[in-house]
Design a protein around this ligand. Sequence first.
Ligand SMILES: Cc1ncc(COP(=O)(O)O)c(C=O)c1O
Length: 135
Amino acid sequence: MTARIDFRSDTVTTPSEGMRRAMADAEVGDAVYDEDPTTNRLESMTAELLGQEAGLFFPSATQANLAGIMAHCGRGDEYIVGQTAHAYRDEGGGAAVLGSIQPQPLPNEPDGIIDLEAITSAIKPDDFHNPITRL
Ligand SMILES: Cc1ncc(COP(=O)(O)O)c(C=O)c1O
């Protein structure tokens, strides 16, 4: 029989036996005091892999996306985002709801990118009538 793979979403995946074992056997500790060796290792490995000075583990991608937007923008700022981006379309408008950050959605090209000219033209002029395009 041919193996079938479900590509509808990453959310339909379930952990393998090996993944379950790794979770159950993981060394754990208090993450608030930086005493969780597994989380610490994951964060430093990821930072190194991506060439960043530090990494931060979030238990959900929605939370990570929201924290990323809120780290860059304040109340009344706006972020430019593709109309098909998960953070814009599928996360309950979290940036607006929790951060008072307005999205400026732009169309995505067929390959998912946003046209650079479109981004440049969407950046609002420095005028007190406008939100500040921050991200
Ligand atoms: C691209 C992308 N971002 C964010 C999420 C949200 O992830 P989570 O369910 O961990 O909040 C998903 C979930 O499928 C996703 O595919």
